[in-house]
Design a protein around this ligand. Structure first.
Ligand SMILES: Nc1ncnc2c1ncn2[C@@H]1O[C@H](COP(=O)(O)OP(=O)(O)OP(=O)(O)O)[C@@H](O)[C@H]1O
Length: 845
């Protein structure tokens, strides 16, 4: 593949006059397209006015027709206006096809050239020229002016290679801004051929679109790659949506880009089928923000929801990271067992002040707001905490106010029936509760069963059952007894307090009591894990792992039947007037998509990005959203930050069920130059011995730079004594701060785009201070946040610190080292044991 790209790019330079002429040719075409688009916009406007006028006729039939017309015209107009900018980007010049058949888009359908299309002397005539863009446009005679990039006729633009060119002779990428063509870049698929178009030999301009795209400076948002999708990527994007499409590939192979383009492709292919929505799950809010613009640029935002894994539960938003040991306990299958016990145990209450069961379902969403997509890191959770202060009674649990654990249940039930006072005491009540809980249904749905068992016990205590031998009379008596008792205020109040409706947050709050959690997690979690998990659940705000636990609890406790919410109707059914018929006025498409996504709990297709990072509990959460879906799962095991990949793979297989898998591997690294990829490969060899690095598609000649932050000297020649050690630490910290700042500033001078400084998670706040005042082209990131992102240049601070952070530390370091598109600087601290050239121990040969 890399070889192929080089071959494609080794084209003869041409003079400016030829370039100008070719730009002129494309400009003419673009002018024609714009003219046609304007006509279409006028048509859409006319339709809308016409339909509005028709509404004045007033018959129900005319009104319905008007509504439908206006709605469609509104959408059409909206799309045209939105996609007006920079939407024509490609062209292919094709040999005549095997047969003369045309498809619905007006293009010939044959993939292979006709026999005799290439003459014996290697000359040929171009039979068809197609322009490719973000949407399709036909001229007044229904001939294609622009082919939608997702249409079958556009596939050769992406699929054709010099090895397997099909009918394509020349592939051209057109760069334009607004209505102006700025440049063209050609790749020849049949370089040996002398092809003519209308009697003129085909010109070849530029040195390939891919290289031009890869060399561009990066900003804080991802760009679409629609003009330069490569053949192996196109296979994935256009793979049929049945079952599970599974894509693996190393860093920078375009997995995220491919996943996003696939969403757009699927919608184009079968919009009706995907009306059920496409969910894209991303690991972090930062990656969501980074990728959010890609789908709108492809003309799609409607039915696609991109959500961070910590934002999948309505009304809950992760604002915290857990320390690695806590994350390990919360994310593993073991937690499932604990949650099941906790949900049942939570009914026992805590003995604290009364909670507000049922009142907190979504209200307390995010008490600690995430700052610009960054989550807080729970390092304090691990900081040598003893079991002190664990009485969680009545304390606010995760998420802050309104998430109290259930109060202590009443210990006696007293009612009056048939003129007699009847009582049940604590032991009897406990027995009844245990009996009720022996059912397998969700706890909230077991309440009717508990109620029935209470009535049975009271009935038997009343002795009324033995008074009548006639079964019919006895049944009647029993039924009036039940009615009397269950309408008694005392009974209703008792039931509400004794078997309250549990909410997931209330159960989580109950788990913040170390004693109770210890009971529920006996022989499942270690005492240390119990202590840490309980403490982590006491703090304000939720972690990504808490969100998966909430979702699991929702399934475990169940939602009692409530009056049904009004179904989201078909938009056409809801329309009553012109104002509402204009989706872009009432509610933008994006807002509508967001609203629908909020209300939606299951999807027609689920795309999981960075799938290697999901914990078993997260797989279960996502699995519930795609029970009837088809799936696209993209990931790279070598970049996994989860400590137990086997357990995660088991959970993944459970979520995906028995659906057949179609596997793809992406092999070319488009992000990192070879010099950076080579260095990262050393860490890959340590992290995952035997696995292969993707081949880098380009080389910049700039080698990674190694710098040592010189503070207190090397580990060996340090002063001894407590005071001296503290001084050494301060000096080290100052030296690190100074060095990182200098290196970031140096890189800012050298690149036009962004610089990312990647540090161990517990240095994030510190690192942000080091960079203060350097401007918004530079950002500080914790190692886990760097996932999926990229920068023109990166500074990786203390590889050893990142590697030692967690059991998956080497893989996390591999991620950190593969974020740069141009330059990489490694800053070592004493712990890295750098050699005289500043190369840390971990990165030496
Ligand atoms: N065909 C292409 N044309 C132009 N740029 C491309 C192409 N494929 C990938 N890229 C660019 O390469 C970079 C890496 O892509 P992407 O982030 O999708 O890779 P990834 O496999 O998800 O990486 P990681 O696993 O490291 O997160 C992006 O800048 C993307 O735009």
């Amino acid at each position: 593949m890399a070889a192929q790209v080089q071959q494609e790019t080794a084209l003869d330079p041409v003079g400016d006059s030829v370039r100008d002429r070719e730009i002129g040719v494309e400009q003419e075409h673009l002018d024609r397209v714009y003219q046609r688009l304007e006509e279409k916009i006028h048509e859409a406007e006319f339709l809308m006015n016409d339909a509005a006028q028709r509404g004045q006729v007033g018959t129900p039939g005319a009104l319905a027709e008007r509504d439908a017309q206006v709605f469609r015209a509104g959408i059409h107009l909206n799309r045209l206006n939105n996609e007006f900018e920079d939407f024509l980007f490609g062209r292919i010049d094709l040999l005549p096809g095997k047969d003369g058949k045309k498809g619905p888009d007006g293009a010939y359908t044959a993939v292979e050239p006709a026999e005799g299309a290439v003459r014996a002397d290697n000359t040929a005539d171009i039979a068809e020229t197609l322009h490719i863009g973000r949407i399709g446009v036909l001229d007044a005679e229904y001939a294609p002016l622009v082919i939608d990039w997702r249409a079958p006729a556009a596939a050769p633009f992406y699929r054709s290679t010099p090895v397997d060119p099909g009918r394509v002779v020349r592939r051209r990428v057109i760069r334009s801004k607004g209505r102006k063509v700025l440049g063209v870049e050609d790749d020849l698929m049949r370089p040996e051929l002398k092809a003519t178009l209308d009697g003129t030999e085909l010109a070849v301009i530029g040195d390939g679109a891919l290289m031009a795209a890869l060399g561009q400076a990066r900003s804080h948002t991802m760009r679409d790659i629609v003009a330069s999708i490569q053949a192996e990527q196109d296979q994935v994007i256009r793979a049929p949506a049945a079952s599970v499409t599974y894509v693996e590939g190393g860093p920078g192979t375009g997995k995220t880009a491919v996943a996003l383009h696939r969403a757009a492709y699927l919608l184009y292919q079968d919009r009706r089928r995907y009306a059920g929505g496409i969910l894209i799950v991303s690991p972090t809010p930062l990656l969501v923000a980074y990728t959010e613009g890609v789908l709108p640029s492809l003309g799609e935002e409607g039915q696609v929801a991109i959500r961070a894994v910590g934002s999948l539960v309505d009304g809950a938003e992760a604002t915290q990271y857990d320390a690695p040991a806590v994350a390990r306990a919360k994310g593993s299958y073991r937690m499932l067992k604990v949650l099941r016990k906790a949900a049942r145990g939570a009914l026992e209450g805590t003995g604290g002040p009364a909670g507000r069961p049922g009142a907190d379902r979504a209200g307390s969403a995010a008490s600690g707001q995430a700052v610009s997509g960054q989550l807080a890191f729970g390092e304090e959770v691990d900081a040598g905490v003893d079991g002190a202060g664990v009485d969680g009674a009545g304390e606010d649990g995760p998420g802050g106010a309104g998430t109290r654990a259930p109060a202590a249940p009443p210990t006696r039930l007293r009612v009056v029936a048939f003129g007699r006072r009847l009582e049940l005491e604590a032991p009897e009540l406990d027995r009844i509760r245990n009996n009720a809980l022996s059912g397998t249904a969700p706890v909230n749905l077991l309440r009717p069963r508990a109620r029935k068992l209470l009535l049975d016990a009271l009935w038997s205590r009343s002795g009324a059952g033995s008074r009548h031998t006639d079964p019919e009379l006895a049944a009647e008596l029993r039924s009036s007894f039940d009615e009397d008792v269950s309408s008694e205020d005392a009974f209703i109040a008792f039931l509400d307090a004794w078997w309250p409706e549990l909410t997931p947050r209330a159960v989580l709050a109950a788990m913040s009591d170390e004693r109770r959690l210890g009971r529920w997690a006996r022989r499942i979690l270690t005492p240390g894990e119990v202590r840490r998990v309980a403490r982590s659940l006491k703090r304000d705000g939720l972690s990504v792992h808490d969100v998966a636990m909430l979702d699991e609890l929702e399934a475990i406790v169940g939602t009692p039947a409530r009056p049904r919410r009004k179904r989201d109707l078909d938009p056409l059914d809801q329309l009553t007037g012109l104002e509402e018929l204009m989706p872009q006025r009432e509610e933008t498409q994006r807002e509508r998509a967001e609203r629908l996504a909020q209300e939606r709990t299951e999807y027609a297709h689920v795309i999981v990005d960075e799938a290697q990072d999901l914990t078993p509990m997260q797989w279960r959460m996502i699995g519930r959203r795609g029970r009837h879906a088809t799936w696209t799962v993209v990931g790279d095991p070598a970049q996994s930050s989860w400590s137990d990949p086997d357990e995660a793979a088991e959970a993944r297989d459970e979520a995906l069920g028995s659906r057949p898998r179609r596997r793809f591997t992406l092999t070319v690294n488009y992000r990192n130059p070879a010099e950076i990829a080579e260095l990262a490969a050393k860490v890959l060899a340590l992290a995952m011995p035997g696995s292969e690095s993707p081949s880098a598609v380009r080389s910049t000649g700039v080698r990674p730079r190694f710098v040592t932050a010189a503070g207190g000297g090397q580990a060996g020649d340090r002063a001894t004594g407590q005071g001296a050690a503290a001084r050494d630490r301060d000096r080290d910290r100052d030296a690190l701060a100074r060095t990182v700042r200098e290196e970031a500033a140096r890189l800012l001078d050298q690149v036009d785009g962004t610089v990312g400084v990647v540090v161990a998670m517990n240095r994030r706040a510190e690192a942000a201070r080091w960079l203060a005042g350097l401007g918004d082209r530079v950002v500080a990131l914790g190692s886990l946040e760097a996932k999926g992102l990229e920068y023109d240049a990166t500074v990786v601070v203390s590889p050893a610190e990142i590697a030692d952070e967690s059991p998956a530390g080497l893989r996390v370091l591999y991620v950190a080292l593969t974020r740069a598109t141009q330059q990489l600087t490694i800053v070592s601290a004493a712990r890295d044991e750098p050699d005289a050239d500043g190369v840390p121990d971990l990165l030496r040969d």
